[in-house]
Design a protein around this ligand. Sequence first.
Ligand code: FES
Length: 117
Amino acid sequence: MIFAYICEMDFQKPMPAFVFVSPDGRETPVDVASGSNLMQVALKHSVPGIRASCGGQCACATCHVRLYNLRYDTHNTASAAETDMLLFAKGVKPDSRLSCQVTIDPAFEGARILVMG
Ligand code: FES
């Protein structure tokens, strides 16, 4: 009964499909439920370049990504703590985020997530 309820909930969530692009150019396509954490999805799919040394505590910047071709800034911006931590990352651009602080939503459909490491 509980299992059936959980399955029903997952099917009702939008499942945006997008691609991680690693520093070496490798592409990892994923198709996951909205509400998932971007870093957790990258680790689950063994995306090269995401080390996530602090385990998602916003304390290492080794999960740095760029949300390329995604209008993410309009509905979810970085916190002050995340912005401070991004000062330690390389290659930071206006679309940079720490993937451990990003929740996937339907706007990810068709996005290319550039892994910066
Ligand atoms: S995993 Fe360390 S800041 Fe994201």
